[in-house]
Write a protein that binds this ligand. Structure first.
Ligand code: ATP
Length: 315
């Protein structure tokens, strides 16, 4: 369990983390989402006692992490996968960590097996690919068999197979009753991985809810219909308080639930060839919610077409 209470971090005139209060509970994957520069890494560093808060506090299993008797048994963290001595083999890197943290040497073989690095364990990690480096970082995090795991952007730069592996690992660790806290700016990834979401923008908490609640609360439901009578259907939608845009034989309908659209067609004897409820993707809901909180916006070239309706998924 991780509990933050009014957690705040200021660097000179930059408020990186702004009065964050949240609880990360065991048994589920909690996704920590926010655009670049939102304060995710700073928050994770504060949790691990690598930085001191300007105000507020954060505890791991009820105590500040700096007070932990055996830190690696309590929290396993993957912050920067490249922070490994490249001249050492994966085996020696882990053995060294085990010895300095009073952990049994047999754990080295066990975690190497868990992350699939047994065959290359005696090779220097300098030659490791990005994915192998991530696996080694995760092996180190698992070494102390901790109840709390924190991963900062673990899928960055990984191929689809590596992403799937990390996703399944996180779910399995949560299913064992561990607290799994994972940051990402990839919404689509969190949609498949997280049970619960903490969303931050400019250091502030802007959502603390399940993935389903997040989409429901932050995206507009839309309905798509295909009908030979688009003009009449569009009129009825407008009269009922909705909005419709035409796309050939299809209508995209906003502000009316799918049941209401179906009833309107039925009551007015309009033939429908399609009636589909569209739910915005997590990506879209996230962009909508954080658009005010993004630090740096790219300038849109004058005359560039607006991109709309991207990322809709059928629900
Ligand atoms: N040591 C530091 N000194 C000064 N400013 C810092 C320091 N560390 C972070 N910041 C600033 O604090 C803000 C939050 O940064 P942080 O790295 O926590 O964000 P993030 O959400 O992890 O972003 P990203 O996804 O880009 O890694 C940023 O504006 C960053 O520039």
């Amino acid at each position: 369990m991780i509990e933050a209470d009014g957690l705040t971090k200021r660097y000179a005139d930059k408020l990186a983390v702004d009065h964050l209060s949240f609880t990360v509970t065991p048994g589920r994957v909690t996704g920590f989402l926010g655009p670049n520069g939102a304060g995710k890494s700073t928050t994770m560093r504060l949790i691990l006692g690598l930085d001191r808060p300007t105000a507020g506090s954060v505890t791991v299993n009820g105590r500040p992490f700096s007070a932990a008797d055996n830190p690696m048994r309590e929290v396993g963290a993957l912050l920067d996968a490249k922070a490994i001595h490249g001249g050492r083999s994966a085996y020696h890197h882990l053995l060294c960590l085990a010895q300095t943290n009073d952990l049994p040497a047999r754990r080295v073989g066990e975690v190497l097996e868990m992350v699939g690095l047994t065959e290359v364990a005696r090779k220097r990690s300098k030659g490791f690919s990005l994915g192998m480096g991530q696996r080694l970082g995760i092996a180190a995090a698992l070494l102390g068999d901790p109840k709390v795991l924190m991963f900062d952007e673990p899928v960055n730069g990984l191929d689809p197979e590596g992403i799937l592996w990390i996703r399944n690992l996180m779910k399995a660790l949560a299913a064992e009753g561990r607290t799994v806290f994972v940051s990402s700016h990839l919404m689509s990834e969190m949609q498949h991985t997280a049970d619960h979401l903490l969303v931050i923008g400019r250091g502030r908490l802007i959502a603390d809810c399940t993935v389903e609640e997040f989409i429901e609360q932050n995206s507009e439901q839309q309905v798509r219909v295909r009908t030979p009578d688009t003009a009449r259907m569009a009129e009825l939608v407008t009269a009922a308080g909705g909005r419709a845009t035409t796309d050939g034989p299809r209508l995209q309908i906003f502000r009316l639930p799918v049941e209401r659209v179906g009833d309107l067609a039925f009551e007015n004897n309009i033939r429908l060839h399609e009636l589909t409820a569209l739910q915005a993707s997590l990506e879209e809901a996230f962009m909508e919610l954080t658009k005010e909180a993004v630090e740096y916006h790219a300038a849109v070239p004058a005359g560039a077409p607006a991109i709309e309706e991207a990322g809709k998924v059928e629900s």
